[in-house]
Design a protein around this ligand. Structure first.
Ligand SMILES: [Zn+2]
Length: 202
């Protein structure tokens, strides 16, 4: 069971009570669909939308948050043993462009961050997120954490190439950030499996 911090937070938009878990730094109001970052005990509005479940699965459907980070990435130089192809920018020879990073905002192993974050980022499977009246908690990673995790995802995507990545210089500018709620099945084996691409969290 998860622990709940009992602090009386009310939604600034509709006055509903808000449920906040220990260490949550974002809260979603399932009554009116507004989201807030908790910054120094203040509720600062942030856009929160949800992905639609696509794949079938077993178990209860729950929603977990990702940071959706709209960035501009420029690979300044890349030293590797062979030629290289980047799938990130839409065309094999491009070395810069917009990348939408899907950064898990809830706690999971580093391998799962790499797998889930990397696969979602490469496939960009949620074209039009929408508002749902569902509960969502587990906002463990802040915006600052998310930037570091996005860089980790970027490097792990680049390092997965067939050639050996020796040295890379790049610049990543964050243009905007919002929250995406991703549906997961709480499977009978206790593991979470997402309902968009069907990836199980290790
Ligand atoms: Zn509300």
């Amino acid at each position: 069971m998860e622990d709940f911090k009992l602090i009386a937070l009310k939604c600034p938009s509709c006055d509903s009570g808000l449920v906040v878990e220990v260490n949550d730094n974002v809260v979603y109001c399932s009554s009116c669909g507004n989201g807030y970052e908790i910054i120094d005990d203040n509720l600062v509005p942030i856009e929160i939308n949800f992905a639609k479940p696509i794949v079938q699965g077993q178990g209860e459907l729950i929603y977990k948050p990702f940071w959706l980070m709209n960035t501009y990435v420029n690979i300044i130089s890349r030293n590797s043993s062979g030629g290289w192809i980047s799938n990130l920018f839409g065309s094999p020879n491009k070395t810069e462009g917009n990348v939408l990073f899907y950064v898990p905002a809830f706690w999971m192993t580093i391998d799962s961050v790499k797998n889930l974050g990397g696969t979602f980022t490469l496939r960009n499977p949620v074209a039009s997120p929408q508002k749902y009246n569902v509960k969502m908690t587990g906002f463990n990673f802040t915006k600052v954490d998310a930037k570091k995790i996005a860089e980790f995802i970027f490097l792990s995507i680049e390092a997965e190439k067939s050639d050996t990545l020796k040295d890379i210089k790049y610049d990543m500018k964050v243009q905007s950030m919002q929250i995406l709620g991703v549906p997961f099945y709480k499977q009978p084996n206790g593991k979470l499996r997402d309902a968009v691409l069907g990836i199980e969290i290790i």
